[in-house]
Ligand binder design. Structure first.
Ligand code: ADP
Ligand code: MG
Length: 404
């Protein structure tokens, strides 16, 4: 039996009852003969005492300021607490275990504090503990620079820690344990009858994750794909096996995967649509607009360029800056804030006629205006007003019978 990486998210560790489920998953896999590396997030969500957001608010609410290095030191605390607690609970249950920080587990990163990239994983320390028969509990979300400073990997960082460790250790599989039964056809907080997907390809899940399916971080999926390590996303609170993310081409050879062309509906809220028309004296309007955005580090998305101008989106928090930059450049932009990008995703939709017609139909019969749209061979995006978002997602989910 080889190495298995298990990652437990914040809600999986937040209460004593939840932690009992965690122990059961660890003991079951250990019982099957796996060597286990367990990656943990900080306990709980926003508002809980050791959650990352709570730690950060300590500085803000007390009127403090600190360097990016210090911020990372603080943000990494939640995971340290989780790791030591889980290791202690395992030892109390007579399971030999040890806790390691990201740096202790050899996760080396660059110096981009707050969003560091993993550059190398030195596996010696983890392998040594595994050989000694221990369950190695590693803090997610953390790494270390060459000079020993603690770094954090940004949002969803614990997923990345897990698959990166899995790749470095040539793990048999990486299991991501969370509070839902796998990767679902839509966010269950919005679509009550969203259904767990049983087997899906890396590319499709990466796409869903990039387009807002928060259940797994896209970078984590990319790393698993490159290393060709299967991923499972499953619930801490049940024995269901959840979703297997793998090389579907190969999987199809051995199992029947039923033919679907739409896989899921995802969303990103909180975006502003900006429309810029060429005014007199602006023959290179598109060039000027996007150079101005780049110069101010404003990330742009959903770009449609026309001869007379450009339409695109920015995050709501960047909208004020974007508009003022455009005005200074002599444009008269129209900004609609509070929009949401809804994506219909499916690896199998390429060349299937009528999908856009069905999307438009589903939304227009409900009186939901489409502010903008775009498509690729795996995704159709529509921009709607945020107040229409939930209904739009439900309508599309229903239209493509994703609940069945
Ligand atoms: P964790 O703390 O375990 O990392 P997250 O909050 O990051 O958990 O991810 C789990 C959440 O992702 C779910 O509670 C669910 O609301 C949300 N989610 C969004 N889209 C999807 C989807 N397509 N499938 C499953 N969960 C989704
Ligand atoms: Mg997460």
């Amino acid at each position: 039996m080889g190495i298995l990486v298990q990652k437990f998210g914040g809600t999986s560790l937040s209460t004593p009852e939840a932690r009992q489920y965690v122990l059961r998953h660890i003991e079951r896999e250990r019982g099957c003969g796996h060597s286990l590396v367990v990656v943990v997030s900080a306990m709980g969500r926003k508002g809980d005492p050791y959650a990352t957001d709570t730690l950060l608010s300590l500085i803000r609410e007390n009127g403090g300021t600190c360097t990016a290095q210090e911020r990372d030191l603080l943000m990494g605390c939640g995971e340290l607490i989780s790791a030591v607690l889980l290791s202690a609970l395992l030892q109390a249950a007579s399971v030999p275990a040890t806790a390691l920080s990201g740096g202790g587990a050899g996760i080396m990163t660059d110096r981009q504090f707050g969003k560091a990239r993993i550059v190398e994983i030195r596996t010696d320390a983890v392998l040594k503990q595994l050989h000694a028969g221990k369950v190695v509990v590693v803090t997610g979300f953390q790494g270390m620079t060459e000079d020993g400073e603690l770094t954090t990997l940004g949002r969803g960082g614990s997923d990345t820690s897990a698959t990166a460790l899995g790749a470095a250790l040539k793990a048999e599989r990486v299991d991501i344990y969370t509070d839902v039964n796998g990767i679902l056809t839509a966010d269950p907080r919005i679509v009550e009858n969203a259904r767990p997907l049983s087997v899906v390809g890396y590319a499709e899940i990466c796409n869903m994750a990039r387009q807002g399916a928060k259940v797994i971080h896209p970078r984590a999926v990319e790393i698993a794909q490159q290393a060709r390590i299967p991923l499972r996303v499953r619930s801490t609170f049940s024995e269901d096996e959840g979703t297997l993310v793998t090389d579907v081409q190969e999987h199809v050879l051995t199992t029947a995967v039923h033919d679907r062309y739409v896989t899921g509906v995802t969303h990103v809220a909180g975006v502003t649509q900006i429309t810029v028309h060429a005014t007199d004296g602006h023959s290179d309007v598109q060039l000027q607009v996007f150079q101005a955005m780049a110069k101010h580090h404003i990330s742009v998305d959903f770009i449609n360029v026309t001869p007379g101008g450009a339409v695109y989106t920015v995050f709501d928090q960047d909208a004020g800056l974007a508009v003022s930059v455009l005005r200074k450049a002599g444009f008269d932009p129209i900004a609609i804030s509070g929009c949401a990008k809804v994506s219909v995703i499916g690896g199998g939709m390429n060349g299937v006629p009528g999908i856009m017609a069905r999307i438009v139909e589903a939304l227009t019969v409900r009186g939901i205006p489409i502010l903008q749209s775009a498509d690729s061979n795996t995704t159709i995006w529509v921009l709607v007003r945020e107040e229409d978002m939930a209904e739009a997602i439900r309508a599309l989910h229903h239209k493509f019978s994703l609940h069945e």
